[in-house]
Design a protein around this ligand. Structure first.
Ligand code: SF4
Ligand code: SF4
Length: 314
């Protein structure tokens, strides 16, 4: 495992970051004990970087993983708070529920433009103040858009950017993968740390997982890559790939794990994905998409047609 410093923060992280969303109630819904064991395994195997968010409901899983653990990883979390008071509550909740005195990285969740960032200025200023008081080590933003990444790159208070990047450009709201790479280069020019998300396109690139992971790791100025992992086998497989090893038996085992199509709660019911599915596996009920699991091949073709990146393979 390689370790890198996140921009100019001085914070060292493993190049592979464990995205904790996967084990929580929004996806695999493991108990804190079960999810905690997956996280703990990753920590014991050299992954020293965890990414979560207040909205993921995974603080108890991280707390369980860290109880009695000799490794103190870098923990990143995020909040949608706009105001200083809301962010104060988010920070206190993160510290309390993960049983951590200091949160290493605190990000404003989903900042999609300069205007969004301006709307969260008070929350950002609160985080900077919290950093000065030693409660946070670095502050930043997560974003699914090129405009958001550029806004973060140019903002003097933002230290770390967590942008969406994958080889197919899946989920980038307002541009191409190349434009996102240019925004990342700008961020580095301004001294920001960068760790990418959705390297596997929300699971839609799972059939090309190794290539997809290698692509994001090869992008200049990406310090680390967050990958969701829901089992010890998935941790081991990602570690093997990150370290340039192959393990056909492990890969076959992970490939045989049951998967399903997941539609996020924020689906607007626009219907674009229905047209993209040639198998008739999607339908609309009460403005929400429903998946016919028996008819779905998990090909992922529908995901690219969703303007809001609602469709994931989990
Ligand atoms: S993953 Fe493929 S088969 Fe399943 S709903 Fe989407 S397009 Fe249809
Ligand atoms: S394209 Fe996305 S937002 Fe539109 S109906 Fe399908 S899942 Fe929902």
């Amino acid at each position: 495992m390689r370790y890198r410093t996140l921009g100019e923060t001085g914070i060292e992280v493993s190049e592979l970051c464990l995205g904790v969303l996967t084990v929580g109630p929004l996806q695999e819904d493991l108990s804190p004990g079960e999810g905690g064991r997956v996280i703990r395994h990753a920590l014991e195997r050299g992954i020293t970087f965890l990414d979560t968010a207040e909205a993921y409901g995974t603080y108890p899983h991280i707390r369980a993983a860290l109880r009695g653990c000799p490794v103190r990883p870098v923990v990143a979390t995020k909040s949608y708070a706009h105001t200083g008071e809301d962010m104060r509550r988010s920070l206190e909740r993160a510290r309390r529920e993960m049983d951590l005195d200091v949160i290493d990285l605190f990000l404003l969740h989903e900042q999609e433009s300069e205007a969004t960032l301006r709307g969260h200025q008070q929350a950002l200023e609160f985080l900077v103040e919290a950093r000065e008081r030693g409660l946070v080590r670095a502050v930043g933003i997560s974003t699914h858009s090129v405009r958001g990444a550029v806004a973060g790159a140019l903002h003097p208070l933002v230290q770390v950017i967590h942008p969406l990047l994958n080889l197919a450009g899946l989920g980038i709201m307002d541009g191409s993968r190349e434009q996102m790479q240019a925004a990342i280069a700008l961020a580095r020019l301004r001294g920001k740390g960068v760790y990418a998300m959705k390297a596997l396109g929300g699971g839609n690139l799972i059939s090309r997982a190794r290539e997809a992971l290698a692509f994001v790791r090869s992008v200049p100025f990406v310090d680390a890559v967050a990958v969701g992992m829901k089992s010890v086998d998935e941790v081991e497989l990602n570690l093997a790939w990150a370290e340039g090893r192959t393990d056909d038996e492990l890969q076959a085992r992970v490939g045989a794990q049951p998967r399903r199509l997941h539609v996020e709660a924020w689906c607007s019911g626009c219907g674009s994905c229905l047209e993209a599915c040639r198998y008739g596996a999607l339908s609309l009920h009460d403005q929400r998409v429903q998946v016919d699991a028996a008819g779905c091949l998990l090909c992922g073709y529908c995901a690219g047609s969703c303007p809001d990146f609602c469709i994931k393979v989990v």
